[in-house]
Design a binder for this molecule. Structure first.
Ligand code: ZN
Length: 242
């Protein structure tokens, strides 16, 4: 019997279209094909050009960086936004694999991730998970884990959304986000017995950091000694909640 590991499956995946321009590339040579297969970026977009845009920086607002350190790789410009939207809303689940690969090409960022004992995806509500079919943060985490050997731990759960965020005022939205997360008791209990010191919260995008801050608080409430970091694919300066 042939058994495939996740890693084999990831290698077999072939991008349907370029992650960035959403086009099917012209016939490619062998090297271009290999790069397209690994990064999901076509020869016209070229990974090298694109890479110049990346910046693994701490995007958190100034007061927060004192206590909550992290890295975001891309500014949420039009090109990145389109790739993220296809990832979240158009079923391009495999974009998470490419995003993780792009990020882990940065050796210092990879070393920084490897210092942690767990990657913790920001959870979706059960309702959202059902309609979307996957949690994009978890998909992104799985490939990060494969590339760094840091395990994925789903330590957090999300309460059902009671009201659509759009109908709420800014203060109400903030409160709603603060109360949206809880600890997954079983996963946390198993994790705590290992005496781990550092975890990385993982999400596709950071906007206000309200979500990341809320998740950090939930983890620290029960595990005050934990160092909680964050890693997001993109970041934007805006008070909108995605
Ligand atoms: Zn392209």
């Amino acid at each position: 019997m042939i058994s495939f590991s996740f890693s084999d499956l990831a290698d077999l995946l072939y991008p349907k279209a370029c992650v960035l321009c959403d086009k099917i590339p012209e016939p490619m040579n062998k090297e271009e094909k290999e790069r397209f297969r690994y990064f999901g970026v076509c020869p016209s977009c070229t990974w090298e050009n694109f890479r110049a845009k990346s910046r693994a920086v701490d995007a958190a607002p100034a007061p927060l960086t004192e206590v909550f350190r992290g890295r975001s790789m891309f500014t949420y410009d039009e090109e990145i936004r389109d790739a993220v939207l296809r990832f979240k809303y158009e079923g391009m689940k495999e974009n998470g694999i490419y995003f993780a690969r792009w990020m882990m090409e940065d050796a210092s960022l990879k070393a920084w991730v490897k210092e942690a004992q767990a990657l913790v995806p920001i959870p979706l509500s059960a309702h959202r998970l059902k309609t979307r079919g996957y949690n994009q943060a978890l998909e992104f985490c799985k490939e990060l884990s494969r590339l760094t050997d840091v395990p994925v731990r789903q330590l957090l759960a999300r309460r059902e959304d009671t009201k659509a965020l759009k109908t709420l005022s800014k203060t109400e939205r903030q409160r709603s986000v603060e109360q949206a997360f809880m600890l997954d008791a079983a996963a946390a209990a198993a994790f705590r017995t290992e005496g781990a010191g550092t975890v990385v919260l993982v999400d596709d995008i950071a906007t206000t950091f309200a979500t990341l801050k809320a998740c950090r608080s939930v983890l620290l409430e029960k595990m005050p000694d934990l160092e909680v970091r964050y890693l997001t694919f993109s970041a934007r300066e805006s008070d909108e909640i995605s």
